[in-house]
Every structure is written in C-alpha cells, then in structure tokens.
Design a protein around this ligand. Structure first.
Ligand code: GRF
Length: 194
C-alpha cells in the first residue's frame, strides 16, 4: 500500500444516530499515519445524537437530515456526499435503513459494524437475544452493506465470551470495546487490497 498522508487519505463519511463511540474511535484512528481514511463528514438522522457534539468539537463537518421522506433526504445526502468528494461511508450505530437505490450508488463503498457474530442476530437487541438464548459467545462484525439487512460480505469478526454473570449492559460494554478495535482493523484490511 502506498504511504498515506493527510491529503491522499480516503475521504470518509461516518453515519451515526447516537452516542458515537465508534465515531470517536475512528476519528482518533484517522489521525494516525497508518490510517487509510480521513473523516470529512459526519451524517446523522438525529439532531440530538451525542456524537455530533464530538464531531463539532473536533471541527468535522456535520449534516443532519430528518428522515421522514426517505427518498427526498437520501437525495440530499447523496448530493452532500458528492460535494464533499466522499469515497467511503462507515455506518457506526446508524439506526436507519438505507434504500436499495442509495446502496447501489455506493456499491461496496458502505461498511457497517454490527454487535453480533453475523449471520447470527441480525437487527436490533442483539445482546438481549444472545443472552436469552444462552449463547456461550457473541461478538461483533464489520461487513459491507448490501440490500439485505446485516447480510453483506463479512470483512472481519471478533468473538467475545459471554459469562454467566453477563447482563445485556455488561455484554454491550465488552463488545463495544472490541468494536472500536475491529473497525480500524477492518478498514486497514479493506484498503491494503486496493
Ligand atoms: C454499536 O454497538 C454498533 O455496533 C451498533 O450501534 C452501537 C453504536 O454505538 N450498530 P456508538 O454510537 O458507536 O457508541
């Protein structure tokens, strides 16, 4: 892989809906020499998303869209992504489903992190369901986004043991810690091939 500097790093948009701990971790990573990405835009469907405060503090451009009419707002997002020359989208706790039209426009350019060992536990409440089913392991997955929910090609996964003392909250905490590590590794893997 050619040496990346600030100016030739891949312009990335991070989509969030809430806390933004993955955004924070990706941002810190993006500042390192070894990072292939540079975060040029943060997109949110929720103007109350805590992650927006972090983005603003760090002078990352933010765009907030209310998603009442999906097609209308997706078109606005697409325009903004183009304007900002965004080459890759990292979904990080983004709680909206993108349309097929949007996904096709960014074919193989949208990456997501999901808090389970896909293909198990697609969708929401993954920790609750894993504990309820008495799973011994759960984990997290970084994958490409395709038209089916949480079903795109897997880039990397990390297994996390579920102890008998784990609650939904403790498991979420353990997995989130691993998510922060995994997302960076996955991006390095994706761009070391290009
Ligand atoms: C993470 O667990 C992510 O996998 C899921 O939503 C959560 C977002 O956390 N899709 P944060 O906003 O990055 O802290």
């Amino acid at each position: 892989m050619k040496k990346l500097t600030g100016s030739n790093k891949i312009k990335t948009a991070v989509f969030i809906s809430g806390t933004g701990s993955n955004l924070k971790s990706l941002y810190k990573f993006s500042k390192l020499k070894k990072s292939p990405i540079k975060i040029s835009l943060v997109v949110s469907n929720n103007f109350k998303a805590k992650g927006l405060i972090f983005a603003k503090k760090n002078k990352i451009k933010t765009k907030i869209y209310e998603f009442k009419e999906r097609y209308k707002y997706e078109n606005k997002i697409i325009n903004d992504l183009k304007k900002n020359k965004i080459k890759i989208i990292c979904l990080a706790g983004f709680l909206r489903i993108l349309s097929n039209n949007f996904i096709k426009k960014f074919n193989n350019k949208i990456i997501n992190i999901h808090p389970s060992l896909l293909p198990r536990y697609k969708g929401l409440n993954t920790h609750y369901r894993a504990i309820k089913n008495k799973e011994k392991f759960s984990g997290c997955t970084v994958h490409y986004v395709n038209s089916k929910l949480d079903s795109g090609k897997i880039i990397l996964q990390k297994k996390v043991r579920i102890s008998k003392y784990d609650t939904q909250e403790s498991l979420q905490k353990k997995i989130l810690k691993q998510e922060h590590i995994l997302y960076k590794k996955a991006l390095i893997k994706v761009f070391s091939k290009t």
